[in-house]
Design a protein around this ligand. Structure first.
Ligand code: FES
Length: 103
């Protein structure tokens, strides 16, 4: 039994009990729309940020730089929750990576 919590910057939150597959898959199965593009870890459209707990990338997250990973950013199309976790989601999260060219 585990819970995936999603948080948007506009204050919305949602919880998915016993998520299956990636964070993106689990959200969609629960009727929650998240941004995505390639679904292969290449484009970065699905970027989220881990707020609590852990997620594991199923394959190499090509769209993120090492420093982004170190800061907790993840690609939700290829990231699977490892037990209870909370993830910040929504298109604004990816903009963090673009706002500062030195990040
Ligand atoms: S949808 Fe392209 S990296 Fe996740």
């Amino acid at each position: 039994m585990s819970t995936l919590r999603l948080a948007w910057r506009d204050g919305r939150t949602a919880a998915v009990e016993d998520p299956e597959g990636t964070v993106l898959d689990a959200a969609e199965a629960a009727g929650l729309a998240l941004p995505f593009g390639c679904r292969t870890g290449a484009c970065g459209t699905c970027t989220g940020r881990v707020l609590a707990g852990e997620v594991s990338h199923d394959r190499r997250p090509r769209a993120l730089k090492r420093r982004h990973l170190d800061d907790g950013y993840v690609l939700l199309c290829i990231a699977t929750p490892d037990g209870d976790c909370a993830v910040e989601v929504g298109a604004e999260v990816k903009r963090d990576l673009l706002a500062n060219p030195f990040r």
